[in-house]
Every structure is written in C-alpha cells, then in structure tokens.
Design a protein around this ligand. Sequence first.
Ligand SMILES: Nc1ncnc2c1ncn2[C@@H]1O[C@H](COP(=O)(O)OP(=O)(O)OP(=O)(O)O)[C@@H](O)[C@H]1O
Ligand SMILES: [Mg+2]
Length: 360
Amino acid sequence: MRNLGRGSRTAFAVTGIPGGTDDVEAALLRTRLIEAAKEFSGRGGPRPLTVTVTNQPPGAAESGPRAGPTAESEAEAGPDEPSIAERARRFTATPPLYTFDRLVLPDRTLDQLLRAVHTVEQRRVLFDEWGLREIQPHPGSAINLEGAPGTGKTLAAHALAHRLGRPLIPARASQLESKYHGEGPKNLAALFHAAREQGAVLFLDEADALMSSRFETTTHGSEHAVNAMRSEMLTALDSHEGLVVLATNLVTSYDTAFDSRVWHVRFPAPDEAARAGIWRRHLPEALPLAEDVSPEGLAGVDEVTGRDIRRAVIDAAAEVLRTGRPRVRQADLLAAVERIKAGRPCRAAPTPMSMSGGPG
Ligand SMILES: Nc1ncnc2c1ncn2[C@@H]1O[C@H](COP(=O)(O)OP(=O)(O)OP(=O)(O)O)[C@@H](O)[C@H]1O
Ligand SMILES: [Mg+2]
C-alpha cells in the first residue's frame, strides 16, 4: 500500500490483486481494501481520503482503464447462450443440515431471526387475507447476517430453512461471475429463479460483493460488473417472494438502497455464557469424555469463535485416538483450543458487536 499524500488529502494506491482474479472477486477485494484503508486512515484523523485499488504495477495505478474487455463489451449474448431457466438448473436445493437447537446466540439475535421466519410463514394471512399485498405486491423477506468468520451465519441459514420446512440453495457471489464477463447478473437472476422453482430458501454468501456501495468512477470493467450485479440484486429482491438469507463478514459498505429491503442481523463473537453453550453442543453423546470435562470451564478460554470450538473438539478427539487413550479429558480440549488460537494468523480477534435489527 503506498501513501501518495497530496497536500491535505491522503491518497493510497493499493496494488496486488493478481491478474487472473475473477472480476467480482477482484471487486470484492477492492471493497475490502478500501474499507481497510479508510479504517486505517480514520485512526490518523479526519483527512479526506482517496483510495485506488488496482492490479497495475506502482506508477501505472492511475493510468486509466484496465486493458482488456469490460463487462459491457463481453455482455452480448451469443446464439448458444443458455436461458435463465437453463442456467437455473445449475443451482440445486439441498436439505438443511442444521437446526435452531444447534445455534447459540443472544436472545435478541435469535428473536430477530425468528421474526423473519414468522413473516414468511404468515405471508398468506398478512398479504392475502389482510390485504397487505396492496402496498407490497411481492412480499419477499431478506435478512442479512453480518458477523466475523465462524460466528454461525451459515449454521443460521440452514436453521432458518429447516424451521420453514424448505430446502436451501447455497451460493457464493464469486460463483456467479463466470469466465464470460457480464454473465453475473444473468446467473443471479437464474439463482432467484431456481429458488422460486424449487420452493427453496436462498442463501447467498459474500453478499457484500452484491450490495456494496456504488463505485463512483467505473473505469474498471469489474466495477461495471459489480454495479450491474447490484442493480440485478435490487430488482430480484423486489420481485422475489421467498426468504433470502444473505451473509457477510463486512458490515459497513452497503449501498443505502438495500437498507429498506433487507433486515440486518448482527452476529456477535460469543461471550463466555455463549461459549459454554457452544462447547456443550459440540460434545456429542457418543464421544467418550472423561469425568472432568466441563463446558463452563472450557468457556473460560476467550477470543474463540464457534468454528474454533468445533475444530478444537475434532482436533482433541483425533489426538486422543492417535495416542491410544480411551477418553477425551478437559486438558485435551484446552490444549486443542490453545493450539488453534496459537496457529491463527496475527490479526485482531473478533470483538463482540452491538446488536441492531429491523429494516433500516
Ligand atoms: N453461534 C454459534 N452457535 C453454535 N455453533 C456455532 C456458532 N458459531 C459457529 N458455530 C460452529 O462453527 C461452525 C462454523 O460456523 P459457520 O460456518 O456457521 O460460521 P460463519 O459465520 O458462516 O463463518 P464464515 O463467515 O467464515 O462463513 C458451525 O457449523 C458450528 O459448528
Ligand atoms: Mg459461512
């Protein structure tokens, strides 16, 4: 990252997105780098900030559009282009893997999730019998789960589908952009089509790639692609009637157009009580445990997410089996979770987040 410091303005040029990176993925990286640079500069005071993110070598960073085709130039449909219905066949619904009893979250967060389920379940009464369709012709329901990695967002998406008795179609934003640039919006439309056809809950991970703030200058083909994806996303959300679950690790960079369309639910890092609950749910009946194992004691190890706890249990059990011992002891679990903490790359631990809810 170079600070190009011009006068009172702070200007960063960030290079390093590899040439072959997917357009949408590259744009996602750009958004994240811009967020990081803003946060970094915020610590230095309120100076105006310009951030340029590019895969060009230093010096060429501001030399204009990237060489190569843009989203538009390659967007034209070929004669063999698949229809939306044909594309939709690529997305298959699967039965949900998890239920709500596996999920440990603050009551308020659980309540926000269950309210979304309720609105979907009661759609016929609300929108048809009570006439709300008059003011909302397409009563969809979209919730955006925001939180650090490993805090239970994917688990919650499965639990929501399970509660509704629906299958789930999981997809990642980066899957939608194919090697033919400009196909992303069509694939996104196809994904919604598939959810409709299969009566499925749609689970879209990395949703920040689809809902990020509009790029002000669209000199990069990939940014055109992202703007087109965002427009398609708005259209799709407005006309979809099922539950759409979005997930992201990023909280700050959404386009305001999504505020009134999406419920935002923040997933906090687990506090001690939540960690005890998560440990308890990760010690299956059949696992041979020594008498001294105590979820409350294990919960004393802080700065761990649910995913760390799952890894620690598997790691400890494997180690016990490898060393030919009959039971998993508290010390095995503690050693495993400490190994996982020690093996983490050096970065800030997830901080507990405040909760927010309801459409903005
Ligand atoms: N809040 C939680 N309650 C219970 N288990 C949890 C929780 N959070 C994480 N886990 C455990 O960790 C596993 C991984 O979590 P999950 O995949 O849902 O995280 P995520 O928030 O989707 O992460 P990412 O942002 O990396 O996709 C879960 O399947 C579960 O075993
Ligand atoms: Mg996930």
